[in-house]
Design a protein around this ligand. Structure first.
Ligand code: DON
Length: 566
């Protein structure tokens, strides 16, 4: 259904807004040349313009990434890291790991302090302030993507973002609320002026101008990797560390390097699943989850019925128990990838699940093998006219990361160190626990849940998807795939559908507010579920490729997300 315009009262901002609304609400819009689905209308538009001007999906990815660092500062970043999963039009697949790393001066117990005579976790330090940051990977990642795959000039990929940073953009209603909520924490973490603070409350339509960020992006435009990891910007990062008691050094910046890694490949029915491997847990967990859904034939239950929710949450609980013990940075820990994805192992792992019985998490343990073989993030999905696809999830971890803005450089640093297991069994900000595999070590990458994913059917591209959401990322991606493949939903409906989540510990079933009727809620409580309601789960950005080659977007209305095509 197309949005009607009243031209008598229309003027430019209103018209632009209406256009965006028409794109985001028109679920049946199909496009044949290219599509960008991201968390912000301006970022999607910048990406679309790059595609229209002859850029490929990788050019658009780099441009969208930098655009999000300007227009979506709570998660879009140059001070964080992420993962790219790609599939070229000839079927070649791969991933780039540009996840942050622990600084050289980090150590296992760095967040354990003497609190009232007891050695306890001081988890504020891993969440807020200078010590919370890992070495940023995003800029190195973007340069690597550019050098391997790009068609266009580097400058062209940065110019639109520099312009928006310098001239400002109008914040959305959701952004205004977010900025007002974070004001106190930002004030505490910064002793210099930052653009995210206004004396009066932020309101929709207020301009956010980021001149320092524009200058930093100019440096990156001029000198690529060296514009961030060396010279003026590096100096500002190091000064910030010195003044705030952080530990990132110039040597950390010099030595940071993102890594091309093999994707995780698995199968669900007749679909090939291509996703991110360690140091993300996303790909392995997703393939395990899909295996459980196939084995237990969850498709036979009504969507979001008690049997469906219980069976899926039982699978999820076992998969997250494996995650807690067996997953970490593969450069430091021998991740038993083959065993975790082994058909026989998974058959046994899920064989005792019953649709009407809830197993207490205390009775669920990680699987064992005979031996070891050798809440802010953002996702975007892009398909270009050549048929290349990229799926990128990137993060500074919590909303506005560590809350520290590098003085003079205008960007926020991540608080990704909290994704490590700061002490065995001690929950991180998403309630996730871990142990040895994910303990802090210098230069190690912290375990992630980010799950940028691409799906093929009959050797053809079918879907590109991903989402933020901390520990709930994996289960949101999982359920969105089931919604399309098992329940025949179109891309937007699959994204809109209510989600739920179980992560083993804590033993709670997280559901979106209006997912469960009272009856369903009672039914699940009676078999032992502790139900916790959340206002929303996930902010998916997805693209579905139909049989006729047309592209269908699924951009999450839980955020300001929008899929634009041409
Ligand atoms: O890498 C991870 O798993 C987390 N740092 C992601 C954080 C996140 O998704 C927060 N978003 N809502």
């Amino acid at each position: 259904m197309r949005t009607q315009y009243n031209f008598k009262i229309s003027f430019l901002p209103l018209l632009l807004l209406s256009l965006f609304i028409s794109f985001s609400c028109d679920n049946n819009s199909r496009f044949y040349n290219g599509m960008v689905s991201s968390a912000h209308p301006i970022a999607s538009k910048i990406g679309l313009d790059i595609l229209k001007s002859g850029g490929n999906a990788f050019d658009a990815a780099v441009a969208v990434h930098f655009a999000l660092s300007v227009v979506y500062p709570n998660a879009g970043n140059i001070g964080g890291g992420g993962f790219l999963v790609y599939r070229l039009n000839d079927g070649e697949i791969g991933t780039l790991d540009f996840r942050e790393k622990a600084p050289e001066n980090s150590f296992r117990d760095m967040y354990i302090d003497n609190i009232d005579g007891k050695m306890e976790v001081n988890d504020k330090k891993s969440k807020i302030g200078h010590l919370a940051s890992g070495i940023p990977g995003s800029v190195d990642g973007m340069v690597k993507i550019y050098e391997k795959f790009s068609n266009l000039e580097w400058d062209k990929l940065l110019d639109p973002s520099i312009k928006v940073a310098r001239e400002g953009f109008e914040v959305t209603e959701k952004q205004a609320k977010g900025l007002n909520n974070v004001k106190e924490s930002l004030l505490k973490a910064n002793d210099h002026e930052i653009p995210f603070i206004r004396e009066s409350e932020w309101k929709q339509g207020n301009l956010l101008i980021q001149e320092n960020l524009a200058q930093t992006l100019e440096e990156i435009k001029e000198s690529k990797r060296d514009g961030f990891y060396k010279g003026k910007v590096a100096e500002l990062i190091i000064n910030e560390m010195i003044s705030g008691g952080g530990i990132i050094t110039q040597s950390d910046l010099d030595n940071y390097s993102s890594v091309w890694r093999n994707p995780i490949v698995g199968y669900f029915k007749n679909h090939k699943i291509i996703s991110m491997g360690p140091p993300s847990s996303g790909g392995i967990a997703l393939v395990q989850l899909l295996n459980g859904a196939e084995q237990l034939e969850t498709k036979s239950y009504n969507h979001n019925s008690a049997e469906y929710i219980n069976t899926i949450s039982e699978i999820e609980s076992r998969v997250y128990a494996d995650r807690a013990t067996h997953l970490g940075d593969p450069d430091f820990f021998n991740v038993p990838q083959k065993s975790l994805l082994d058909k026989n192992y998974l058959t046994n792992r899920f064989s005792e699940i019953k649709s009407e019985i809830k197993t207490p998490s205390s009775k669920v343990k990680e699987g064992s093998f005979v031996g070891y073989e050798s809440d802010e993030t953002t996702h975007f999905s892009i398909v270009d006219k050549y048929g290349n696809a990229v799926s990128v999830t990137t993060t500074i971890n919590g909303g506005y990361g560590s809350k520290v803005v590098v003085e003079g450089a205008g960007f926020l640093l991540n608080n990704e160190m909290d994704d490590f297991s700061v002490k065995p069994g001690y929950p991180n900000m998403f309630g996730l626990v871990g142990g040895e595999a994910n303990a802090i070590e210098p230069n190690k990458r912290m375990l992630s849940s980010m799950t940028p994913t691409i799906i093929e059917k009959n050797d053809k591209l079918l879907m590109v998807l991903g989402t933020p959401g901390g520990s709930t990322i994996i289960t949101s991606v999982f359920q969105t795939i089931l919604n399309v493949i098992d329940y025949g939903m179109d891309m937007q409906k699959a994204v809109d559908a209510k989600k739920f989540h179980h992560q083993w510990l804590p033993d709670v079933l997280v559901v979106e507010k209006t997912t469960l009727s009272d009856e369903l809620s009672n039914e699940l409580s009676q078999i032992g579920h502790n139900i916790v309601k959340r206002s929303s789960l996930g902010r998916m950005d997805c693209i579905l490729i139909n049989e006729d080659g047309s592209l269908e977007g699924g951009a999450d209305k839980r955020g300001d997300n929008i899929a634009l095509g041409y």
